[in-house]
Design a protein around this ligand. Sequence first.
Ligand SMILES: C[S@@+](CC[C@H](N)C(=O)[O-])C[C@H]1O[C@@H](n2cnc3c(N)ncnc32)[C@H](O)[C@@H]1O
Length: 406
Amino acid sequence: MEDTVTEAVRKQYEAYSYPPPIEDAEKFLKQWGPLTCDPRFAGVQLWPEGRPRQDLRILCAGCGSSQAPLIALNNPDCSVVGIDLSEASLAHSNRHRDRHGLSNLELRQVSLLDVARLNRSFDLIISTGVLHHLPDPDAGLRALADVLDLEGSMAIMLYGTAGRAGVYLLQDTLRRLGAGPDAGGLRMARELLKFVPPNHPLISTTGKLPNDLADDAGVVDMLLHPQDRAYSVPEVMTFVETAGLVFFGWNDNALYCADRFLSGEMLDRVLALPAAEQWAVIDNLAVLNDRHDFFVRKPQSARFLTRFDTDDYLSYVPFIRAGTRLAGDANALMLTRPSPQGEMRIPISRAEALLLEQADGNRSISEILSHAVFARLEPAQRTNFARDACERLWRSGHVLFGRRNS
Ligand SMILES: C[S@@+](CC[C@H](N)C(=O)[O-])C[C@H]1O[C@@H](n2cnc3c(N)ncnc32)[C@H](O)[C@@H]1O
């Protein structure tokens, strides 16, 4: 028996499948590339030590209209289970299953709170845009943790408080006007949107309404939802810890990168804080994040966490993130790549560029440092340079670090 909130959420997603269904999963992947939670995209972030097996057992918890088929199509060696409350969204996913012959995809209408009923465990659990719609998100994360393998990894997306201030102001206004997640509420929301002034926090820095509002399901999901909440960075950390899990990194560090927004004394002060405090400061200051995409693991496998406060980093294998390019000229080198909020550029030194030139996805930092170009440096100078460079390039998200499979 569902509680009334869950019943209202289910009804909404029956009437307005979200995200709006895509026509063809193959075309979508060709045009946009893999989802950022796809193990073929986020592999080294999910498992720096190498994936636990080729044929991953993947759960998409609250899979919506297309996520599970997109993951199944792009990972034919893996088995994918998609669960959702909404029969309508599952029907869209089923159409992709039939169209692309996805025999590795199973779809079930089950609440993620009841996932234990499936009697399975998973290497990867993807739950994006779902847990913040539960009346008790902590219970949701606990239910998912219970079916995560010890060496498994989870990709989660929760709404971000800082970037959603405008959304909550409009939600509150619509609630006062009596608008609900139905055709009448939708009409009222569309009418109200005509009066949103250009300085409202709902409006982006480029002067536009969020893209999601182009579509009815997007308006209902964003402005008329019966149940959603958002998280600050410290709340994300508490959420993860409360479930007995370990925060394992952001999908894209650029969105929390102090070097990108600060300089001089203020940058030094912020960099002296523990990592989670740095991220909280940047989230508050930059107001970029209307969502937090991150990974979590069980404490047993948290030994693979990327950190630079011991000499372990010397054994890390650097991977340059997809899309990263070297730009500029010999006097002013830049590292640049696309990120969710536009081009992410940072200046880099000639020595850092040389280090990256040696990053072939096999060599460790200490192997790279044994290269002739670094031989003229004193040993301590060499390791200090490497630690600072690696930490900075990791903070900006241009470089990810794997571990060698032993
Ligand atoms: C915003 S959509 C996100 C869909 C998908 N994860 C994505 O990123 O494309 C939220 C989905 O979560 C589902 N959902 C909400 N509460 C759920 C629950 N308790 N168990 C399973 N699915 C749930 C909804 O039906 C809806 O399809």
